[in-house]
Design a protein around this ligand. Structure first.
Ligand code: SAH
Length: 347
């Protein structure tokens, strides 16, 4: 029998890949559909629960494959709204965070795509505890399955805005999206998915080609190169003008309006001059700007306020831009990404 870490991670296999694996072990094709349903619809956590399979097939599956799972280390429930923040332990002992949020239109979940992050944004807690590894497709998917199981709530939309840079784990994120939207499984329309990136430009072009229907969120946070490079090192590699070109291209290819994230930082990027520059930058592009008063983290002096956000929003509206202030959810449970994992790593 194979060691656990040599076994195939069955939850990371797309349906057609599972069909191939099942054919390889000499089983009939329809078995793949049954197994996929057990995993992604009924969501059993062991092969022995797959009661419509023969015991010899179950034994074979046990020998070749593993079903990964996440362990809930913490679940913090907000007393203000129904936000729940999960700290999950991965099979190898690393930790990630997931946040379940309630909106009028249903529950939305914010998932992590990497253990840590390499991008080094100055205001972000996810990057401080360092980068460990990419998440497997199964480990991204399981954040949804485990949070649904744990909360008893059904998730209707997904945002890839937790720990990590999704486009820095491109292949696994794509597989995750394929699994999530698989009609044999969870069958979620990718119209209900947003992917947030700090701006890995070549990957934005690759993603545009696929026309997946998801919303692309660009973490812009500054309107010129000098300022953006000061707070986001990725800007030294792909500058803000290249990023805007890529965003326009994404819109032209997919017809999906881009959402720009702009975290306001007191005295850094929140004056009227920056608002004017931002309007100039986004001129002629259908877009939406999401303003977020920066969430203060222990390692930086950056701060902001709802009032500053309202003033900045006023400037943008005057300039004809479409800007809203992100609702703060779970402010009593430190819902800003990366903070729980960091505390855990320090212990
Ligand atoms: N790496 C991706 C997704 C993860 S971060 C990205 O950069 O887009 C999700 C969003 O939260 C990004 O817009 C990020 O810039 C923002 N963010 C991170 N830390 C923040 C903080 N302390 N306050 C406000 N926004 C923050």
């Amino acid at each position: 029998m194979l060691e656990v870490n040599q076994k195939i991670d069955i939850l990371s296999l797309e349906f057609h890949e599972l069909e191939e694996e099942i054919a390889r072990i000499g089983e009939k094709k329809f078995r793949a559909k049954q197994i996929f349903e057990w995993l992604h619809i009924k969501r059993v956590t062991d092969f022995d629960s797959m009661s419509n399979l023969s015991s010899s097939l179950r034994t074979k599956l046990n020998e070749m494959f593993c079903i990964k799972s996440l362990f809930v280390v913490k679940n913090l429930e907000s007393n203000i709204d129904n936000t729940v923040k999960y700290l999950y332990k991965l099979p190898d002992g690393n930790h990630i965070e997931t946040v379940l949020m309630e909106y009028n239109h249903g529950n939305s979940i914010c998932v992590s795509t990497q253990v840590g992050c390499k991008m080094g944004c100055k205001f972000c807690a996810s990057t401080i505890a360092g980068f460990k590894r990419n998440l497997e497709p199964s480990e991204i998917l399981l954040q949804i399955y485990e949070s649904e199981r744990n909360s008893g709530r059904k998730v209707s939309s997904v945002v890839l805005m937790g720990i990590g840079e999704p486009l820095d784990n491109y292949d696994n994120v794509l597989k995750f999206l394929n699994l999530l939207s698989s009609k044999e499984g969870t069958n979620m329309s990718l119209r209900h998915v947003s992917l947030s990136t700090c701006g890995i430009v070549p990957k934005i072009y690759e993603l545009a080609k696929l026309k997946l229907g998801l919303t692309l969120s660009i973490s812009l946070h500054a309107s010129n190169n000098l300022k953006r490079s000061e707070i986001m090192p990725i800007n030294n590699k792909y500058d803000v003008y290249e990023l805007i070109e890529a965003s326009k291209h994404y819109f032209n290819e997919t017809g999906r309006r881009i959402s720009f994230e702009y975290s306001l930082i007191d005295g850094v990027n929140d004056t009227k001059e920056y608002a004017k520059e931002l309007a100039q930058l986004l001129k002629g592009m259908p877009s939406h700007i999401n303003l977020i008063p920066v969430n203060q983290i222990k390692e930086s002096n950056y701060k902001s306020s709802k009032k500053a956000a309202m003033i900045f929003q006023g400037y943008l509206t005057e300039l004809g831009l479409n800007a809203t202030i992100r609702r703060t959810l779970g402010s009593d449970i430190d819902a800003a990404c990366g903070q729980l994992r960091r505390e855990q790593e320090k212990n």
